[in-house]
Design a protein around this ligand. Structure first.
Ligand SMILES: Cc1cc2nc3c(=O)[nH]c(=O)nc-3n(C[C@H](O)[C@H](O)[C@H](O)COP(=O)(O)O)c2cc1C
Length: 307
C-alpha cells in the first residue's frame, strides 16, 4: 500500500506494517480463539442493504443527539486503553480528534493519561470520567473546563468484574451525570439496566477481547433495542469498519456506534461513507433509516454466498 489509507481496513493494514508485532497484536487481538472478534465483522457482512430510489437526497443530515449532546454524526469514540509503549499520550491524541470532529469520547479507566491531560488538550470540555488508577474503585470525577464544550467523556467501568448491579445505585448517588452501561448483550440485562436507572446502553463484547463465543454485537442489537423499548438510547460497538456498518446498526435500532478510532481522518472516513450510504439508500436524515432498509441473510443464503 504505497499511498495514504482510504478506509479503516487500510489503516489496520498500515498499522500491521509499521508497528512491532507485540503492539499490533495488543491492538487487534481478541480472546482465546478470536471467534467473537471475527464474528463482529462477519455478522455485519451477513446484513444486506435495501436501498430505496427516487427520493430527494440532495442534502444529507447526519447530526444527532446522544445523551443530550448534539454531535455531527452518530459516531462516538470508544474507550481504548492505549499501550504505554505505543502511544503514551494516546488518549490526548484521541481527545483532540474527538473535539475536532465534534463527537463524544468515552474514556477508559485504564487510560495511560490523566483526565486533566486529556481535557487540557481539547480546550473547553466538560467530562465525567473515573479517577484513573484509583485503587478504591471508580470514582466519577466531574471536570469543568469552561463553556463551549463539545466533548463529554463518560465513566467506563464494566471492565471491572468486582462491580455488580447494586453499584449502579451507588454510582448514581454520587453523580448527577448520565451513566452508560457497556457490555450488554442480552434482553435480560438490558431490562435490568433500564430498571437500575442507566442513561444509555452500549451493546458490546469489548471488541471480542473478553469472553470468546459471546455473540457479535450487531447480531443482538435488535434484541436489546426491543427490550429497552425506547426508554434509553442504545449504542453499539464491535466490528464497525465502514459507513455501511454504521447504517446497518442504525437501521437495527442503535442511536449511534462507537469505534476505537484514534485519528481524525478515520472518523471522517466513516462519516463520509455513512453520508454516501444514506444518499444511495434514499435516506436524507438519520430518522429516515429504518428496519426496512436492511435484510439479514438466512443461514442458507450465507452458506451459498461462500461457495
Ligand atoms: C487496544 C484496545 C484497548 C481497549 N481498552 C478498553 C478499555 O480499557 N475499556 C473498555 O471498556 N473497552 C476497551 N476496549 C474495547 C473498546 O472500547 C471497544 O469495545 C471495542 O474496541 C469495539 O470493537 P472494535 O475494536 O471491533 O471496534 C479496548 C479495545 C482495544 C482495541
Amino acid at each position: 500500500m504505497a499511498s495514504e489509507p482510504v478506509n479503516v481496513n487500510e489503516f489496520q493494514e498500515l498499522a500491521r506494517k509499521i508497528l512491532p508485532k507485540m503492539l499490533y497484536d495488543f491492538f487487534t487481538g481478541g480472546a482465546e480463539d478470536q471467534h467473537t472478534l471475527k464474528q463482529n465483522i462477519e455478522a455485519f457482512q451477513r446484513i444486506m442493504l435495501r436501498p430505496r430510489i427516487l427520493l430527494d437526497v440532495s442534502r444529507i443530515d447526519m447530526a444527532t443527539t446522544v445523551l443530550g449532546f448534539k454531535i455531527s454524526a452518530p459516531i462516538v469514540i470508544a474507550p481504548t486503553s492505549m499501550h504505554q509503549l505505543a502511544h503514551p499520550q494516546g488518549e490526548v491524541a484521541t481527545a483532540r480528534a474527538a473535539a475536532a470532529c465534534n463527537t463524544i469520547m468515552v474514556l477508559s479507566f485504564s487510560s495511560t493519561c490523566t483526565i486533566e491531560e486529556v481535557a487540557a488538550s481539547c480546550n473547553a470540555v466538560r467530562m465525567i470520567a473515573p479517577k484513573l488508577k484509583n485503587l478504591e474503585g471508580l470514582m466519577p470525577t466531574e471536570v469543568n473546563f469552561g463553556d463551549g464544550s463539545n466533548l463529554e467523556a463518560y465513566c467506563n467501568w464494566t471492565m471491572d468484574s468486582s462491580l455488580c448491579w447494586k453499584d449502579i445505585e451507588w454510582l448514581r448517588s454520587i453523580t448527577k451525570l448520565p451513566i452508560l452501561l457497556k457490555g450488554v448483550l442480552t434482553r435480560e440485562d438490558a431490562r435490568k439496566a433500564v430498571e437500575a436507572g442507566i442513561a444509555g446502553i452500549v451493546v458490546s463484547n469489548h471488541g471480542g477481547r473478553q469472553l470468546d463465543f459471546s455473540p457479535a454485537s450487531i447480531s443482538v442489537v435488535e434484541e436489546v433495542v426491543h427490550a429497552v423499548g425506547g426508554k434509553v438510547p442504545v449504542l453499539l460497538d464491535g466490528g464497525v469498519r465502514r459507513g455501511t456498518d454504521v447504517f446497518k446498526a442504525l437501521a437495527l435500532g442503535a442511536r449511534a456506534v462507537l469505534g476505537q478510532n484514534g485519528v481524525r481522518s478515520v472518523i471522517e472516513m466513516l462519516k463520509n461513507e455513512l453520508e454516501l450510504t444514506m444518499g444511495l439508500s434514499g435516506c436524507p436524515t438519520l430518522s429516515d433509516i429504518t428496519r426496512s432498509h436492511v435484510r439479514k441473510q438466512t443461514d442458507h443464503e450465507s452458506f451459498y454466498s461462500k461457495l
